[in-house]
Design a protein around this ligand. Structure first.
Ligand code: AMP
Length: 215
């Protein structure tokens, strides 16, 4: 049983790796970004509340996020181990997470920070296409007909550009990351084993590196 927090800037490949890792290691994948996007798609109260925040590349309030996470970590599926992807993103969230884990008698076995230079992030995200059907991501340079192409994973022709993958929003997200999330690595690193992994290379190469550091 392994509980892992995966941290890294937008575009580092965190989402892709989280899906692969969670499947290989049979952990519950908890992606706060996916949860919020699902809420927006469903038109729920939560979705209406957070839609503009996501589109601007800003952060959703800590209270709301901590409540979402609490529900997931207390769930039955979380007992086999979990992989947090996109949470905590602020020092306040990191502190709330520690309190919550103490309360439910769980711990973090590893914090993994994925790193990559900003230029690579911009190049990756400005060309990123996301599949509305299965959530997979790809890059314009890897599909034949841009937005009209079939999704490389589920073959549906439902690729779109996320609102927050526009250049200006990407710059905001990077700034938000440096300002709010970088300090989270320090805070968690004081209490739990911290590993750094480069996000360079193919998803398979990065995946091998990640599994190596997780033993
Ligand atoms: P992601 O898919 O992880 O890049 O998340 C997409 C967006 O969802 C972020 O840019 C934020 O607006 C919001 N979000 C996701 N996780 C969090 C979090 N832990 N705290 C605040 N906002 C979040």
């Amino acid at each position: 049983m392994l509980n892992v927090v995966l941290i890294g800037p937008p575009g580092v490949g965190k989402g892709t790796q989280a899906v692969m890792l969670a499947e290989k290691l049979e952990m519950l994948h908890i992606s706060t970004g996916d949860m919020l996007r699902a809420a927006i798609r469903s038109g729920s109260e939560l979705g209406k509340k957070v839609e503009a925040v996501l589109a601007a590349g800003e952060l959703v309030s800590d209270d709301l996020m901590v409540n979402l996470i609490r529900e997931r970590l207390e769930s039955e599926e979380a007992r086999a181990g979990w992989l947090l992807d996109g949470f905590p993103r602020t020092v306040a969230q990191a502190e709330a997470l520690q309190e919550l884990l103490d309360e439910i008698d769980q711990t973090i076995h590893a914090v993994v920070e994925m790193t990559i230079p900003d230029e690579v992030i911009l190049e990756r995200l400005t060309g990123r296409l996301t599949c509305r059907s299965c959530g997979a991501t790809t890059h314009v340079s890897r599909v034949p007909d841009g937005l009209e192409s079939a999704c490389p994973v589920c073959r549906e022709k439902t690729l779109f550009i996320r609102d927050d993958d526009r250049e200006e929003t990407i710059r905001t997200r990077l700034e938000v990351y440096r300002h709010s999330t970088d300090p989270v690595v320090q805070v968690l690193g004081r209490h739990y084993p911290l590993r750094k992994v480069s996000g360079h290379g193919t998803p398979e190469e990065v995946g091998t590196r990640l599994r190596d550091v997780l033993g």
